[in-house]
Design a protein around this ligand. Sequence first.
Ligand SMILES: Cc1cc2nc3c(=O)[nH]c(=O)nc-3n(C[C@H](O)[C@H](O)[C@H](O)COP(=O)(O)OP(=O)(O)OC[C@H]3O[C@@H](n4cnc5c(N)ncnc54)[C@H](O)[C@@H]3O)c2cc1C
Length: 404
Amino acid sequence: MTDFSMDLNEDQITLRDWLHGFAVNEMRPIAAEWDEREETPWPFIEEAAKLGVYSLEFMMNNFADKTGLSTMIALEELAWGDAGLCMALMGTTLGVAAIVANGTPEQQMEWVPQCFGTPDDIKLAAFGVSEPDAGSDVSSLRTRAHYDEATDEWVLNGTKTWITNGGIANVHVIVASVDPSLGSRGHASFIVPEGTAGIRMGQKFKKMGIRASHTAEVILEDCRVPGRCLLGGKEKLDEKLARVREGKKASSQAAMATFEATRPAVGAQALGIARAAYEFALDYAKERQQFGRAIIENQAIAFKLADMKMSIDAARLLVWRASWMAATRKPFVAGEGSMSKLFAGETAVKVTEEAIQILGGYGYVREYPVERWHRDSKIYTIFEGTSEIQRLIVARAISGVHIR
Ligand SMILES: Cc1cc2nc3c(=O)[nH]c(=O)nc-3n(C[C@H](O)[C@H](O)[C@H](O)COP(=O)(O)OP(=O)(O)OC[C@H]3O[C@@H](n4cnc5c(N)ncnc54)[C@H](O)[C@@H]3O)c2cc1C
């Protein structure tokens, strides 16, 4: 048992300070440029890999922290540096989380290193669930996986949309239906290795925020992957399907298992954006003079900053609690993972909006970073489950009622 402590240990402090320096030196100076360019920031990813921020080892070291806090501390600092650049590094971990949540130990050993590559040969991963007609309603996926017994291959067909690193990733993890009559209980996750025929990028989306992160459609046309690319293996899938068909409960749903594990990490990134905006607005309010005094001397401004700080601290407590619960294997009985992502995401939107208000016209123009932080923040109430879906999860968990 790892007791919860608000005192960071030496390793956590070292990690936080190292990444804060990385954010200050490697992210802040280039953030506006990559937001404008709206392209994958390869030189930045390469630099991050060289410095050990984009690597399997970095992820494993953070995961190894039994308190669960290291990953949260790391993500808060990176998103404080810039959320788009942070997502350019972290998009890969969505695919990795899917492999870890659903793959056998052998599959994890084989595929997870391939998601990162090496500093000289960078690789990316992607996780594809969402489809044009299946966003929040994951049960209605149309992408199908059909098993070809003669060749021991799975054949994937369908269109995925809004996929981070979609089409540029070296390893795609694709969630598809093997039995549409079973809804989400008939889903399975498949690795699509680099160089596989039948997978291609569709349109690349132009976005409001996190523009340094690539988001695109992924089109699968008779895309054949070897049988061993089914995460968890065929025996386990067949057993699960048999249980579901008999009316018994399935142990897990492929996509949901991944999202549940990654929600506090998404909340930690939202927290980083909120903190960036709050700190900037606080400094600005002390400097900016109107009517012969600093604008912070007006309660209307000072109270905003008090509320911003309070919400950020509350969000951090929820994020750390959820991550600690996950790391110490405490079940999320009241949707604590969802709560953390929901509260942190909405805090980021609110705090960045207030920061714009505190900066006035300077908050609205691109010369200052605050408008970018507001644009970046909005995605945190949408992806990995919208705020409404998070509320649904919490409401169902606390009530036991199947609220619609
Ligand atoms: C930048 C970006 C990156 C993304 N990255 C990925 C990725 O890497 N992999 C991936 O698989 N997906 C990814 N997504 C997809 C994302 O997870 C979905 O956009 C999200 O789940 C919402 O789905 P939707 O957009 O279809 O909205 P919809 O599901 O159509 O929802 C529209 C609105 O209806 C509300 N709504 C829907 N159902 C209910 C309900 N039952 N009760 C109350 N309200 C409801 C929603 O909350 C929302 O407000 C990404 C999206 C974006 C924009």
